[in-house]
Design a protein around this ligand. Structure first.
Ligand SMILES: CC(=O)SCCNC(=O)CCNC(=O)[C@H](O)C(C)(C)COP(=O)(O)OP(=O)(O)OC[C@H]1O[C@@H](n2cnc3c(N)ncnc32)[C@H](O)[C@@H]1OP(=O)(O)O
Ligand SMILES: CC(=O)C(=O)O
Length: 540
C-alpha cells in the first residue's frame, strides 16, 4: 500500500520562542535548526524577521537546510497595499523559500482586535497571500482562532480560510490558538472545512496544549483529513505550549494506523536520535529534562514496582509499549521501597555483581533499602548510594577510608575596602586502610572573588585534598548538581540531599545523604560519591 505524505512543520524557533522564560540566541537557533533538519522535518519556521534583532540575524545566518526554511509574519494591515506594508516587507526580505502569515478568522477578533470590517480582513488575507505567491514563494496561512471562530460564525471562518486557499496558499493551517478545543470538536470542524471545498492535503493543524490535548487534537485532525501537523520540540510554545513533536513523531512512525497510512519523511532509524535532540533543546534552555516525557523522558522506561520489574525481566513487552532503544532511550529498573528481588538482582547485575536468585543476602539488602527509605533516603534517584549499601551487605566494599571528623565554617563579613565577602573553609580528617591519617583543608585562595562556592564545595575540596594512594583516582570527580528537600524521616523532618557527580570518562552517578543537618546530609552524599568511585575504579 502506498503511504500518503504527512507533512511535519516545526515552530520551535517561533511559537517555541513565545514560551515564557525562553530566549534563544541566534546561535541557539542555528543549532536547533540544524538538529531539526538532521531529523528530517519538512518545514522549519525560523522566527519573525523584523520583529526583533535575533530573528532577523537568524535568517541572515540560517543554515542551508533540506527542510523548507520558513519566515513567519502577519497579514498586511488595512489601508495599505501588501507592497507598502513594512512589516510584511521585512518578512519577505528574509528571502525564505516559504512564508507563513497569521491572519484572523474569528469575526470577534477582526472587529475587536483589529478594529476593521470582515470584508476588509478577508481582502487583507487574499492580498497578502497573492503577494507571496506572486513573488514566487510558497505561502502558508495560519488561521488564528479558527476553531473558536468557526463555532461563533462558521460562515465567516470559512470565508477567511477560503480566501487564503483561493489566493494560492499551499497550506491553510487551522489554529486552535487558545488551546481549548477538544479533539472530537477538532475532527468535526476539520471535516466541515473539507466538505466546504478545501482538500485535506492543503490543510494543516496547529494546536495549543491548554487542555493537555494538543497531541490528541493533532491526531484527530489527521484522522479527519488534514495532512500537515505543526508543533514544537518538547512541546514548547505560548502559555501551556504547542503540540509536542517529540511525542507525535514516534507515535506517527510506530503506531497504527499512522505507521501504515503515512510517510512523514522521517525514516524510522532517525528516531534513535530523538532523545538527543530533545536533550539538546533542554541543554540550550538550561532546563532539567522532564523525567515523565513520553518516549524520551528518563522515566519513560523506568520500572520501579517489583511486580513490573519481575515481568520485565521475563519479557520487556509486558510493561513497555515500544522498545526504548527505538527512540534512543534505555530501560532502567531502579531500587526503592517499591522494589522486589527482581529489581534488586537486575540493578546488581548492571553494576557487575551477580548474586544467585535465592541468596538470603538479597532479602537483607531489600530490608535495608526499605528501612532507609523510611528514614528519608531515596535510592531510585541515587543509585550509587544504593550500590554501596548492597556491596556492604554482600561484603564487597573495602574500607577505603574512615572519616574521623570534619569541620566547616561559612563567614559573611566586610573586608578592609568595605566590600561584602562570603567565605567558607573546611577541614576533613580521614583514616586510611593502612591506619595513617590524612587531613585536608580548603579555603578559597582568590581573595578577589568576593563570594566562594559555599560550605558543601569547601567540604568536597577538603575531602579530596589528600586520600593517599587513592588520590589519582578521585582528582577528576566533580559535582554537577545538588538537590535538597525537607522530607519526613520516620516521624521527624529531615533534610535529604542528592548530589550528582561526573568524572572525565563522562560517567555520571548520584548519591544521597539524610540528616536533620543539611551540611551533614551533604557530607554523607559526598563521601558516598568517593567510595562509589573507588569501588568502581580501585584495583584493591
Ligand atoms: C497567535 C500567535 O502566536 S501569532 C504570533 C505572535 N507573535 C508575536 O506577536 C511576536 C512578535 N511580535 C512583535 O514583535 C510585535 O508584536 C510586532 C513587531 C509584530 C508588532 O509590534 P507593534 O507594532 O508594537 O504592535 P503590537 O504588538 O502592540 O500590536 C500588534 C498590532 O498588530 C495588529 N495585528 C494583529 N494581528 C494582525 C494581523 N493578522 N494582520 C494585521 N495586523 C494585525 C494588531 O491589531 C496591533 O495593531 P494596533 O496596535 O494598531 O491595534
Ligand atoms: C499562529 C499561532 O501560533 C496560533 O494561532 O496559535
Amino acid at each position: 500500500m502506498t503511504r500518503e505524505r504527512l507533512s511535519l512543520y516545526d515552530t520551535t524557533l517561533r511559537d517555541g520562542q513565545q514560551t515564557q522564560g525562553v530566549q534563544f540566541s541566534t546561535q541557539d537557533k542555528v543549532r536547533i535548526a540544524t538538529a531539526l533538519d538532521g531529523l528530517g522535518i519538512d518545514y522549519i519556521e525560523g522566527g519573525w524577521p523584523g520583529a526583533n534583532p535575533t530573528d532577523s540575524a537568524f535568517f541572515e545566518a540560517a543554515p542551508r537546510t533540506r527542510a523548507t526554511m520558513t519566515a513567519f509574519g502577519m497579514t498586511k494591515r488595512a489601508g495599505r497595499s501588501a507592497d507598502n506594508d513594512e512589516v510584511l516587507a521585512a518578512v519577505m526580505n528574509a528571502n525564505t523559500q516559504a512564508v507563513c502569515l497569521v491572519g484572523k478568522s474569528h469575526d470577534y477578533h477582526v472587529e475587536t482586535a483589529l478594529g476593521i470590517t470582515l470584508p476588509e480582513n478577508t481582502e487583507n488575507i487574499r492580498a497578502s497571500i497573492t503577494h507571496i505567491v506572486a513573488k514566487g514563494r510558497e505561502a502558508l496561512f495560519d488561521a488564528e482562532h479558527f476553531f473558536d471562530g468557526y463555532k461563533a460564525n462558521p460562515s465567516y471562518a470559512l470565508e477567511a480560510v477560503k480566501a487564503a486557499h483561493e489566493a494560492g496558499a499551499r497550506w491553510v493551517v487551522l489554529c486552535d490558538t487558545n488551546g481549548g478545543t477538544l479533539p472530537h470538536e477538532i475532527a468535526e470542524i476539520v471535516r466541515a472545512v473539507i466538505a466546504a471545498g478545501i482538500p485535506g492535503d492543503r490543510l494543516g493543524i496547529h494546536c495549543h496544549n491548554d487542555t493537555e490535548n494538543a497531541v490528541a487534537g493533532s491526531l484527530a485532525a489527521v484522522d479527519a483529513g488534514v495532512r500537515q501537523i505543526q508543533g514544537t520540540l518538547n512541546g514548547l510554545g505560548e502559555r501551556c505550549g504547542n503540540a509536542n513533536l517529540t511525542s507525535l513523531i514516534p507515535t506517527l512512525l510506530l503506531k497504527e494506523p499512522y505507521r501504515s497510512q503515512f510517510d512523514t519523511g522521517i525514516p524510522e532509524e532517525k528516531l534513535k536520535g530523538l532523545l538527543k535532540i530533545s536533550r539538546l533543546l533542554d541543554e540550550i534552555l538550561n532546563r532539567v529534562p522532564m523525567r515523565q516525557a513520553p518516549y524520551v523522558g528518563a522515566s519513560a522506561f523506568a520500572h520501579k514496582a517489583g511486580l513490573h520489574a519481575s515481568a520485565i525481566l521475563k519479557d520487556p513487552s509486558t510493561y513497555e509499549h515500544v522498545d526504548p532503544s527505538v527512540v534512543g532511550n534505555t530501560r532502567i529498573i531502579p531500587m526503592s521501597n517499591q522494589a522486589g528481588q527482581s529489581n534488586l538482582r537486575q540493578r546488581l547485575a548492571d553494576a557487575g555483581i551477580e548474586v544467585p536468585k535465592d541468596d538470603p543476602r538479597l532479602s537483607r539488602i531489600l530490608e535495608r533499602v526499605k528501612e532507609r527509605e523510611d528514614e528519608g533516603y531515596a535510592y531510585d534517584s541515587a543509585q550509587a548510594s544504593f550500590e554501596l549499601l548492597a556491596r556492604e551487605e554482600l561484603g564487597l566494599l573495602p574500607d577505603y577510608f574512615e572519616v574521623e571528623r570534619y569541620r566547616v565554617i561559612s563567614e559573611r563579613r566586610r573586608n578592609a575596602k568595605g566590600q561584602v565577602v562570603v567565605e567558607s573553609e573546611a577541614v576533613v580528617t580521614v583514616q586510611l586502610r593502612d591506619g595513617s591519617k590524612r587531613t585536608g583543608y580548603f579555603k578559597n585562595e582568590h581573595p578577589q572573588d568576593l563570594h566562594d562556592d559555599g560550605p558543601v564545595n569547601a567540604l568536597w575540596q577538603a575531602l579530596k585534598t589528600d586520600l593517599g594512594p587513592y588520590q589519582e583516582l578521585i582528582e577528576d570527580v566533580r559535582l554537577t548538581d545538588f538537590k535538597v528537600r525537607i522530607t519526613n524521616g520516620g516521624t521527624e523532618a529531615v533534610t535529604r540531599v542528592i548530589i550528582d557527580f561526573q568524572d572525565s570518562q563522562a560517567s555520571r552517578w548520584s548519591t544521597v545523604g539524610v540528616s536533620p543537618n543539611i551540611v551533614d546530609a551533604s557530607f554523607q552524599a559526598l563521601s558516598d560519591a568517593m567510595r562509589w568511585k573507588l569501588a568502581r575504579d580501585c584495583e584493591v
